[in-house]
Design a protein around this ligand. Structure first.
Ligand code: SF4
Length: 376
């Protein structure tokens, strides 16, 4: 059905109202029926979420889409690495065999929707770090673990080197899996998730050096520090969760006695340590949903998710843990104009912004993703 013809231009879509765009998107949804899935990440803006067939975190969405038998097209309203993961899972060999070789095409409505954290761990930087580590350590004694918020090239590196992918909800299980194999773990790309998880497992902070890919040598560490390490942390972070500060926690506690502080483990250690509860986006949602009416919360995660929780739970008092706007600006690029443009081009048989991971990268990424499934 899809051809390489010139796509209709995006510009005219930008002047349409959200109501008109939603109507036109629904026309394509009706036309394609179950062949099309629109996936909306929890951090997406409300207008997009309202049109999504499925909502969730990146892994839940990819898994749900990959397991759908009828789906042939996925419009992933998230960021680039999420669309890559969906492509890898939806087109894994057994799924292709079930569909007689027919591929699922994944679209990212705006190619500029990247992830600053994933971009902090480029594959050439990783390969260089591994080579440098090999000069002072036996890298066969290091298991690489990567957060799912990473490029497919990093997942493939991890798969090839005996490692595993994790999400924010199974990071501890993945690190335990890694320690069952080697004495050291290298955690990519989010230093905060790695540090918060490993500290919770009793690993001293002094045994978690940070590898800075821009340092002149050994990631800014001494050979001795690397040799004594248990968990090597890559110097990456989420630009959204990095914004939460201990003074924000102090401010809310002073203003609202009894308030519960609930944060995502991508938050810096000094904020994480002050929280009453922590967890993945899924856990944050479940925690709020199950709390008794009248509970006061201040939540440290992406703004759109917190605002949605506020609307859905008027029986509770919910605040956002920062005086400044912390939203995922790249995910926000996916608006109804881009979604409508992608879908109407698809309906006309033209592919815009398809995400297709090359075969070798997909194969090794899948190895690392499947190891995660075994421990989850
Ligand atoms: S919230 Fe952070 S980790 Fe998640 S997609 Fe945005 S920049 Fe990446």
């Amino acid at each position: 059905m899809l051809t390489a013809t010139t796509p209709a231009p995006l510009a005219p879509y930008k002047s349409l109202s959200n109501e008109e765009l939603a109507t036109r998107i629904n026309v394509v949804r009706a036309e394609l029926g179950p062949k099309l899935l629109i996936l909306g990440h929890h951090y997406q803006q409300d207008e997009v979420i309202a049109l999504a067939d499925l909502t969730g975190d990146s892994y839940q969405l990819s898994k749900l889409a990959a397991d759908s038998e009828d789906c042939r097209y996925i419009a992933f309203c998230g960021v680039h690495f999420m669309a890559e993961t969906a492509d890898i899972l939806a087109n894994r060999p057994e799924k292709l065999a079930d569909r007689n070789g027919e591929r699922v095409t994944v679209f990212l409505p705006d190619m500029a929707a990247g992830c600053s954290m994933a971009d902090m761990a480029g594959i050439h930087q990783i390969e260089d770090a591994w080579d440098q580590l090999g000069e002072v350590l036996d890298t066969r004694d290091i298991t690489p673990v990567t957060y799912i918020n990473s490029a497919a090239s990093l997942k493939a590196f991890v798969g090839k080197h005996g490692g595993i992918v994790c999400t924010s909800s199974n990071a501890q299980a993945a690190i335990e899996w890694a320690f069952a194999r080697t004495n050291k773990v290298m955690f990519f790309p989010d230093q905060h998730l790695g540090r918060n998880t490993a500290a919770g497992m009793g690993i001293p902070l002094a045994q978690m050096p940070v590898w800075d890919p821009f340092a002149p040598e050994l990631g800014g560490n001494t050979a001795a520090a690397l040799q004594q390490s248990r968990v090597l942390l890559w110097k990456g972070h989420c630009s959204v969760h990095q914004m939460f500060k201990p003074e924000h926690v102090a401010m809310f506690r002073a203003k609202h006695p009894g308030i519960r502080v609930l944060v995502h483990p991508e938050c810096p250690r000094e904020v994480f340590e002050l929280a009453d509860e922590s967890g993945s986006t899924g856990k944050i949602i479940r925690t709020v949903e199950s709390a008794p009416p009248g509970t006061k919360w201040v939540i440290g995660t992406e703004l759109h998710l917190v605002n949605r929780l506020k609307q859905q739970h008027p029986e509770q008092e919910i605040y956002f843990l920062s005086p400044v706007v912390c939203m995922c600006a790249t995910m926000y690029r996916i608006d109804l104009a881009h979604l409508c443009w992608t879908l109407e081009n698809l309906s006309a048989g033209t592919s815009v912004n398809p995400i297709e991971v090359d075969e070798e990268t997909a194969r090794w990424s899948l190895v690392a993703l499947e190891r995660m499934l075994e421990v989850s």
